[in-house]
Design a protein around this ligand. Structure first.
Ligand code: ATP
Ligand code: MG
Ligand code: MG
Length: 592
């Protein structure tokens, strides 16, 4: 196996494995009821991690980091990684998102099935009964109370970094009254927002998250899984540790924003463990820095706005940093996984250059994407001595080039692309200059170039329209210079240009994508990201592509010689109407 670069999480896990910390978790024998963890059961998995998305949007490249980290650690240390939908918020969650998240995790190459074929796909909403019981337990222990202050009073009384909070008048309510009031909340006797259940910790705690955080709220909303069974819902900070505990998670890995929540995470699980409600040892939370990628926004809310406002064509628009967008753009799972590996896992605040992702894509495709010639800005070229050379104006000269560059030790096995050369050819408009600038090596009257994989030709002039626009380039074929024949090198030229013959060229729509934002940090420091949209993030051209591309299937990736990597669009590409997306250029152009 290839040695993986280590990181602080790997070191923590290796220490735990060495000292046997997680060698067998014992269910405490309390009233825990997670269906898959019967009382008394011993869990023998070495480590358990989880990826816990909220199904309120599509996954993005930041989530890919978390997926690769959590599933990767489980894979490398013989553990299990759960896919858990953190669906405790009824309002914004939808089944559509659940399905797309499953697809994206699978597409990235990870699986929530363990070696025994057991599926580790969980929904936090399946634990609502247990969470309710845990809340009742806290009330019984004098560790939670129903607060009926107004939202404004609650906020004002929380204090801030310099001022301690003030106790709510409801803080001293007795256990029996709290139990009754919590039952009233659950039974729908109180209006939305009229009361919350709060943990009773310390209103003067320096960490504001410990100033009696809300753990249950009233919300009459239909939940995608539990329907209208509940009108109270647990808060994320209360639900998440319980989810981890019920699933026997050993290492609960999250981004650094949650560092301040860790004391509450431990407070809650310590109490539930003492009460025998959860297994031992209890899960621990570890934080790492989130991925910040230049030119990219990863806020789900803002990405949703781009979709809803029609700024992009959908969640899978190839300019979106969503997994479905990256996929449609042509990024491969291997490129994204290598990217996540390369950027590493730390606790440092930093920005990753988008070029790093493109570098990983090029590395993945360089040795597998078949080459092809295309003309993106077509200008006709006529080979005026064609009939004299080949006996007929309609003659077609068969040509071929390797689909992949020759490796050091390969030649015969390299697949070939076949195409014809005829009298009428398409070339790039920029490959002809009537009056060449200094140093120009391509077509100008009197100069010779090679049609790549074909013949050397000599430019003799051009035709123009009334406006002086060049409409056609004229050239003659130089005899005995065909690529791959003994005479090929008899005439030296300074340039070989890409081309496609008009008789076998395939017309295609090519979507030239560029970065969506003009600013490297469009979402930083209160900037208005909508004012920073790149007006040239999509240019659509009608191109001519070589005939080998006629058989491209959706998702097939190619290197268009000189232009970069392209993919047949997975949504719109049809044999009779080909559509290719530009993934990225051949070289990094992000710094320019
Ligand atoms: P929101 O807060 O808008 O719902 P989120 O980014 O918190 O979005 P979740 O669905 O809660 O989305 O995220 C699932 C997991 O992905 C979490 O564990 C979260 O820490 C992780 N994650 C989200 N964004 C990033 C990021 N940019 N880098 C690394 N991990 C991330
Ligand atoms: Mg979240
Ligand atoms: Mg979040």
């Amino acid at each position: 196996a290839v040695a993986k670069p280590t990181n602080f999480l790997r070191q923590i896990i290796e220490n735990h494995l060495d000292s046997g910390t997680h060698a067998g978790r014992h269910w405490g024998g309390g009233p825990g009821d997670a269906a898959h963890h019967a009382a008394g059961q011993v869990d023998t998995a070495k480590i358990r991690t989880r990826f816990p998305p909220e199904p309120n949007g599509y996954l993005h490249v930041g989530h890919a980091k978390s997926i690769c980290l959590n599933f990767g650690l489980a894979r490398d240390y013989g553990g299990i990684c759960h896919l858990r939908f953190d669906d405790t918020n009824p309002e914004k969650e939808e089944q559509e998102y659940v399905e797309s998240i499953k697809d994206s995790v699978r597409w990235l190459g990870f699986d929530w099935q363990d070696a025994d074929g057991h599926s580790h796909l969980y929904f936090a909403s399946n634990y609502f009964d247990f969470m309710h019981r845990a809340a009742v337990y806290l009330i019984e222990q004098g560790l939670a109370y129903v607060d009926e202050q107004s939202a404004e009073d609650m906020r004002a009384n929380r204090g801030d970094f310099t001022t301690p909070g003030k106790d709510s008048p409801y803080r001293s309510r007795n256990v029996a009254d709290n139990l009754q009031r919590f039952a009233d909340m659950k039974d729908g006797k109180l209006a939305d927002g009229a009361a919350v259940l709060r943990a009773k910790i310390d209103m003067a705690a320096p960490n504001i998250n410990l100033r009696d955080p809300a753990i249950y709220r009233i919300r009459r909303a239909t939940h995608h899984n539990t329907g209208d069974a509940w009108c109270i819902y647990p808060m994320y900070t209360f639900a998440h540790p319980i989810e981890d505990a019920l699933e026997h998670i050993t290492h609960s890995i999250c981004t650094l924003e949650f560092e301040d929540q860790r004391p509450f995470y431990d407070w809650l699980l310590d109490h539930l463990r003492e009460g025998g409600l959860i297994a031992t040892p209890q899960p621990r939370q570890y934080e790492f820095s989130r991925l910040n990628l230049t030119y990219v926004i990863t806020s789900k809310r803002k990405l949703k706005h781009l979709v809803d406002s029609g700024t992009v064509s959908g969640w899978d628009d190839p300019r979106m940093p969503t997994i479905v967008g990256l996929r449609r753009r042509g990024y491969t799972p291997a490129a994204i996984r290598n990217f996540c590996e390369r950027i590493g896992v730390t606790k440092d605040y930093s920005w990753i250059d988008y070029a790093t992702l493109d570098g990983c894509l090029r590395e993945d495709l360089e040795h597998q994407a078949h080459r092809a010639m295309v003309v993106l800005d077509p200008l006709p070229l006529e080979l005026t001595n064609w009939a004299e050379m080949f006996g007929s104006s309609d003659h077609i000269e068969a040509c071929h080039l390797p689909a992949l560059p020759h490796g050091k030790d390969s030649n015969a096995d390299v697949p070939q692309r076949h195409f014809g050369l005829g009298r009428h050819v398409w070339i790039e408009r920029e490959d002809f200059e009537e009056t060449p600038p200094k140093g120009y090596k391509r077509l100008f009257p009197g100069n010779k170039v090679r049609l790549k994989g074909g013949y050397v030709i000599e430019c003799t002039g051009c035709e123009k329209d009334a406006d002086g626009q060049v409409t056609k380039v004229l050239a003659t074929v130089v005899p005995d210079t065909k690529s791959g024949t003994p005479g090929a090198d008899s005439v030296k030229v300074k340039a070989a240009i890409t081309w496609v013959a008009q008789h076998d060229a395939v017309q295609a729509e090519v979507r030239l994508y560029d970065r969506l934002f003009t600013d490297a940090q469009p979402d930083a420091g209160g900037k208005d990201y909508l004012a920073l949209l790149n007006p040239d993030s999509l240019k659509v051209v009608t191109a001519y592509v070589e005939p080998s591309l006629a058989s491209a299937r959706p998702d097939d990736k190619f290197q268009f010689e000189r232009f970069g990597y392209f993919v047949a669009d997975r949504a719109d590409h049809r044999t009779e109407k080909p559509v290719f997306n530009k993934i990225t250029g051949l070289k990094d152009s992000w710094g320019k």
